[in-house]
Design a protein around this ligand. Structure first.
Ligand SMILES: [Mn+2]
Length: 552
């Protein structure tokens, strides 16, 4: 079982560092196979902090949806197209399969070989028995199928039509019958009857199988040698030998080329639908070059993906990594409002209205009596500082202050200095394109039938937020709103020095009317003393939404 510790989409500092630190704690506590991941790109400030404390960025995971590649059998039992069906039967029997994929020499899937097709070949329907004596096979495959002993002659490897004939009659009757067939195609099954064997050799039969492991006279061996007849000894009796020889045909004669294939990237949900509409019971899984990567059987649909999630710094599915609603969430550590999460079983859910998830993670370390390593403490400081604007945001609590001090002691880094370093790095407005700014730290919400988004960037001043920039950002915001079919999309630009913000709002006029903050320009509002999206802005906007509903 893999446990993925992951923050929200469009990750911010707190989301990235709390995942790293909590993943480390889980490992220390003995949770096996912990993977720390991020659901989006880092930014310049996050990169700066990771580098400063020498910690690599978590692996990017954009989708945890159960896929065919997660559940398929990769140790595939397949059969090469030029193998005999005897070989296929062995595999089918050993692994108790209902069929096999047939592949070429490059492991490309040619089709399926089903057990019933083989059965049909070995035991044809009564009206098809007329051709029962005809097989397309090579003498070499025949020898292999019989596990036979070649006593004389050459073993032909060429696949061709052969006629199975059993000499179960008098010599006269045999000779009479013999004339009706092309002797070059006959494979004669006979016991220890020298007269028939010699007559057949004289008559130009190319292959004779002496059954029952019975002795063959020196005269017959010599005659076969002289005539170039392939003389095979089979230890099986005639009835068994004939049946086994039917198994010497190659599987490519029975391949069903119409089959339903999947790719490792096909979601299990899609695969389930495909399987329900298909008569097949096994589904070859093909990679881009059509090579066989695995096989999915109908029974695999009953399996669950060995993967579970620990969410940090969010609890709303609209903000979680894609597919989070399709696998178990086993823990949530967060400091946001409660959203839409529901689970099948009780889980550890620690929601604490402190300034950052980093604070909660530090408290977890304390609870388990595990000391925080210096680099981890540095990361947690950065998460705490970013989310609380170095304790100046109204979201900051005395607990945050106390935790920050403790982390500062471990790292021997002063919080004020780290804060200055973090906010000086990469002004988002200066370093990112407008369409990047509006998604950099954007959260999507769904509330009372409304879909909306609120993005936030932190700046050291409004110096880069002039009219021209505002117009470009508004355009990007409108584009985001249209693409996500949101009722409104807002961007909060916060000056961490003065603790003031400005908000760009892409929304219908009836919503704009409800916003009572001072207007600084088209779609632009002045939000003095507002720095917290979750504690100040989102509750305000939710209130506005309620008034929209009331009016309607
Ligand atoms: Mn946070």
């Amino acid at each position: 079982m893999q446990t993925i510790v992951i923050g929200h989409r469009n990750p911010d500092m707190d989301s990235i560092v709390s995942a790293i630190a909590y993943g480390e704690l889980k490992r220390e506590l003995g949770t096996p196979n912990v993977l720390v991941a991020r659901a989006g790109n880092t930014n310049a400030r996050i990169d700066f902090v990771l580098e400063k404390f020498g910690v690599p960025a978590p692996e990017f995971i954009g989708d945890v949806t159960p896929k065919v590649g997660d559940l398929m059998e990769t140790k595939v039992v397949s059969v090469l197209h030029h193998s005999t069906i005897n070989k296929a039967i062995n595999s089918i029997e050993q692994k108790r399969l209902r069929g096999l994929p047939v592949v070429d020499d490059e492991n490309r899937c040619l089709g399926l070989l089903s057990a019933w097709k083989i059965t049909n070949h070995l035991f044809p329907r009564r009206e098809e028995t007329g051709n029962f004596r005809l097989i397309n096979a090579s003498v070499a495959d025949l020898v292999q199928a019989l596990d036979g002993n070649v006593l004389a002659g050459n073993v032909d490897e060429e696949e061709r039509q052969l006629i199975i004939m059993v000499a179960a009659m008098s010599l006269e009757a045999f000779l009479g019958r013999f004339e009706h067939y092309d002797s070059g195609k006959i494979v004669l099954f006979v016991g220890d009857r020298d007269d028939v064997q010699l007559a057949a050799i004289r008559g130009g039969v190319t292959t004779i199988v002496v059954t029952g492991g019975l002795g063959v006279s020196a005269e017959v061996r010599q005659a076969a040698k002289n005539a170039g007849t392939c003389l095979i000894s089979s230890r099986f009796d005639t009835a068994t030998s004939v049946l086994l020889s039917r198994g010497s045909v190659r599987v490519d004669q029975f391949v069903e080329p119409r089959f339903t294939s999947l790719t490792p990237e096909t979601t299990m949900q899609a695969a389930r639908k495909i399987a329900a509409n298909s008569p097949d019971f096994i589904f070859p899984v093909l990679d881009e070059s059509k090579r066989l990567a695995g096989i999915l059987s109908k029974s695999d649909f009953l399996k669950t993906v060995p993967r579970q999630l620990i969410l940090v710094d969010h609890n709303e599915m609209t903000q979680a990594v894609k597919g989070a609603d399709e696998i178990p969430i086993v823990e949530v550590l967060d400091h946001h409002r409660l959203g839409s999460l529901r689970t099948d079983v009780p889980i550890l859910f620690w929601n604490n209205p402190v300034g950052s998830t980093s604070t909660i993670v530090a408290l977890c370390y304390r609870q388990f009596g595990i000391s925080i390593k210096r680099p981890t403490a540095g990361l947690l400081m950065a998460g705490l500082i970013s989310d609380t604007l170095n304790l100046t945001s109204p979201t900051a609590t005395p607990v945050d202050a106390q935790v920050l001090e403790e982390l500062s002691r471990i790292t021997e880094v002063k919080a004020d200095e780290l804060a200055k370093e973090i906010f000086t790095v990469g002004s988002p407005l200066l370093s990112l394109a407008p369409k990047e700014v509006v998604v950099a730290d954007c959260k999507d919400y769904e509330e009372a039938g409304f879909r909306f988004s609120v993005a936030q960037v932190e700046e050291l001043s409004f110096a880069y937020f002039d009219d021209k920039k505002a117009a470009a950002l508004f355009e990007a915001l409108e584009e985001y709103r249209a693409r996500h079919e949101a009722y409104f999309s807002a961007l909060l630009v916060t000056d961490v020095n003065t603790q003031n913000s400005r908000m760009l709002m892409a929304a219908p006029p009836e919503f704009q009317e409800l916003i009572h903050y001072p207007n600084l320009g088209p779609n632009l509002y002045e939000l003095n003393n507002i720095v917290s999206r979750k504690k100040q802005l989102v509750p305000y906007l939710l209130d506005c939404l309620q008034r929209v509903t009331a009016k309607a």
